[in-house]
Design a protein around this ligand. Sequence first.
Ligand code: NAD
Ligand code: MG
Length: 382
Amino acid sequence: AEKVFRTISAARPPLLVPVRLQRAGYDVQIGAGLIGRAGARLAPLLPQKRVMIVTDENVAALHLPALIAGLDETGIQHQTITVPPGEGSKTLAQYGRVTNALLEAGVERGTTVVALGGGVVGDLAGFAAATTLRGLPFVQIPTTLLSQVDSSVGGKTGINTPFGKNLLGAFHQPISVLIDTGALATLPAREIRAGYAEIVKSGLLGDADLFEWCDRHGQAVLAGDPDLQAEAIRRACAFKAAVVADDEREERKTNGRALLNLGHTFGHALEAELGYDGRLLHGEGVSIGLRLAFMLSVRLGYCAQADLDRVTAHLERLGMPARISDTGHEFSAATLVRHMRRDKKMRDGRLSFVLVRGIGKAFTCRDVPDEAVLATLREDGC
Ligand code: NAD
Ligand code: MG
């Protein structure tokens, strides 16, 4: 009987999160084993029974065989382009390699690009899809928790340049997003934590229920409980989909999509100072940045100390990075503020921040005094 039960639960229909946009609509499908079933899930959506898979070396070794087996079963033709793992692949050079490979393979307007990997692969493959033949259909199969809850939803694609991160890019919505929670079983614990920071961020910025849920179940999500991971991903994707539907191209001057940057001004400054060399993952910077954003909000009189205390307690109980000292590196407050001034979100020379009036109540603030930011950094030991 147990075996029958397992078979049934493995074939359980995926959780669906609809993403409804002005010109496009698609579903995010979430479930265990979806990579192996991608052929069947995608077949009805593909304009042509042909896909080009873009992946990285790590993910290819772990999850490409399952994807290929499923595509073969459903008679979908495929070729694979593999890039080295890591942020270093979001470059013009790799973009050139990928687009050359697409063109050399003779892709047509109906050939679909499938990104199998984390945010790096999704952003690179998505940008290649957006631009090759002026736009190829695109499918995201995100394999890191960060890409499952954040980068695969919303349509932002792009690469880095020597002038900064994500400075070349396009909005290009996928025709489908398949999230296989099974992929998380091979992901290092540190990467799971980094992705979790973006989930708790969503709760803190606009969904107090999600934060409550995280407070109750976050530990199990980090420990690898597949059902709770699926539920966390569903909630985070639904939240992001709603924000994106409301402000698809980040055009709102206040609030809107910009709120997704809660904790990011601080986080980016920490990342920038360490030079994106892997010593600090993006999500680790965000985790610390979330607490700093609450500290700054308390300092400016917008937020009650009790809410900051709840955030700190949550992060600490889960073993998430919470303080600048948790990076294991020393930073100068003045240097960090200089990084913030270089951030592309700067407007008219004023530091722009996402602040909070409490848990789930974020707002954008365009004139935060440098002194308050410096004092907050110093309070955290800078
Ligand atoms: P990543 O893609 O580099 O993946 C992290 C590491 O995990 C890599 O070494 C990768 O090979 C490995 N990996 C991936 N899946 C695995 C699995 N299932 N098992 C074992 N190893 C696996 O990093 P990331 O954190 O997923 O994404 C970061 C990128 O996402 C950044 O470039 C960032 O700019 C981008 N991003 C984009 C958006 C957006 O809206 N487009 C949003 C957030 C972040
Ligand atoms: Mg982020």
